[in-house]
Design a protein around this ligand. Structure first.
Ligand SMILES: *Cc1c(COP(=O)(O)O)cnc(C)c1O
Length: 396
């Protein structure tokens, strides 16, 4: 294949040259006397991306899934009750992990395309007079369906009821891309991964942990050593790690945070919203649906486009990849074959989104989908040129 491959999956995302270059360094001694000069500011600055000053952020080797496990194994004990909801592949897998760790899981199994059910959560928490529920889980951005849920709304319920449960949030495909306020939303454990909004290679999970969650660690029966928050905190306080840290990835993280700071975190979020609206305009112009049930649930990092009933969405994904080198996200689990997903997060500007949308149009044509060529790309261009200043240039 001649030319660049187009990565339009919702993670891994496009890696900026600046981050690649920052990682092109010799391996370093993680016990060197001056290592803390690098790690201490890094651990401090990463907190700004989670919007926390009260909590701390730990960097563990692993991926987002490891972050889920860390949340469960540090703060809870077997047989503890957790309140959860599943409405897509990722929310569902975290709930399943809770069962595998022998927690008592109160789960709401919802239609895919829905989000965290605030009303049901409120009713269940209200009924929990003896505070049996130790943690409430929320998937902030369900990547399989392109649904963003209201995490602040969960906090409001907990506060209204004076319920002391911990709030665990999967922010793997939201943190660093769409607004996430760990302190303001009272999130106790927030899980992120390096290969999504952070624009880095896979291999690091970043976990925001509140003081309340750290206190819960003291009481919980730990079932993990590798992901132990207390071991990590103790070593981090000195600028070190309990075992060999992914120092090369940490060099990349330094560059990633610097890039987000330079653009301004609010601008990063605004850019994602702006780019996402173009993708949604394209989807409408094609006459196709959005897997998210309501516009208030639309995700600014990924759109799951619903194809005509009876048509296999995988045909479009295959054609896009084989004929044009464009990687689209496949439908997972219950929506396999029914949707294709366009990832629009990370290091991305308008032409890069148009490239993905153009690839989708070429592939849909190859598959005989009935739509007007250029309609989606055109609708996105209309949206992108409707504003005074191109965001991607303004950021430089
Ligand atoms: C990608 C993703 C995960 C899983 O992360 P891995 O890095 O693949 O382990 C979990 N939750 C959400 C919402 C995701 O998008």
């Amino acid at each position: 294949m001649i030319g660049y491959k187009t990565l339009a999956v919702p993670g891994p995302t496009n890696m900026p040259f600046e981050i690649r270059q920052a990682m092109d360094v010799a391996l370093e001694d993680h016990r060197a006397p001056d290592f803390p000069e690098f790690t201490k500011p890094l651990l401090e600055d990463v907190k700004s991306i989670f919007r926390t000053t009260e909590g701390r952020v730990f960097l563990f080797p692993g991926s987002g899934t490891g972050g889920w496990e860390a949340a469960i194994t540090n703060c809870l004990s077997p047989a503890d009750t957790v309140l959860t909801s599943s409405f897509g592949q990722f929310s569902g897998l975290w709930v399943e992990m809770c069962s595998r760790f022998r927690l008592n899981v109160l789960n709401y199994d919802l239609d895919w395309g829905e989000g965290v059910p605030l009303d049901l959560y409120r009713r269940r928490l209200e009924a929990d007079k003896h505070h049996e529920i130790k943690a409430v889980l929320g998937c902030h951005n369900e990547t399989a369906t392109g649904v963003t849920s209201d995490i602040a709304g969960i906090r409001e319920i907990l506060d209204d009821l004076g319920h002391p449960a911990l709030l665990f949030v999967d922010g793997v495909s939201s943190i660093g891309s769409i607004e996430f306020c760990m302190d303001a939303w009272g999130v106790d454990v927030a899980v992120a991964g390096s290969q999504k909004g952070f624009m880095m290679p896979t291999g690091m999970t970043l976990i925001g942990v509140s003081q309340k969650a750290m206190a819960a660690c003291e009481k919980a029966l730990h079932s993990s050593c590798y992901f132990d928050f207390r071991d990590m905190a103790k070593a981090n306080d000195q600028g070190y790690f309990p075992y060999t840290p992914p120092a090369t990835l940490m060099r990349g993280l330094r560059a990633s945070i610097d890039m987000m700071h330079r653009e301004g975190l609010d601008n990063v979020h605004a850019r994602h919203k702006h780019l996402a609206e173009g993708v949604r305009a394209a989807t409408r112009a094609w006459g196709l649906g959005n897997c998210a049930r309501r516009s208030t649930l639309y995700s600014d990092t990924v759109t799951a486009v619903v194809v005509e009933p009876g048509f296999d969405a995988n045909r479009i994904i295959q054609a896009a990849y084989h004929n044009y080198g464009v990687s689209l996200g496949a439908g997972l689990g219950k929506v396999a074959g029914k949707v294709f997903r366009i990832g629009h997060l990370g290091w991305l500007n308008e032409p890069m989104v148009l490239q993905a949308l153009g690839g989708v149009e070429l592939a849909m044509r190859d598959c005989g989908v009935n739509f007007t060529a250029g309609s989606g790309v055109g609708a996105a261009i209309e949206h992108y040129t409707d504003r005074r200043e191109p965001l991607s240039l303004a950021a430089e």
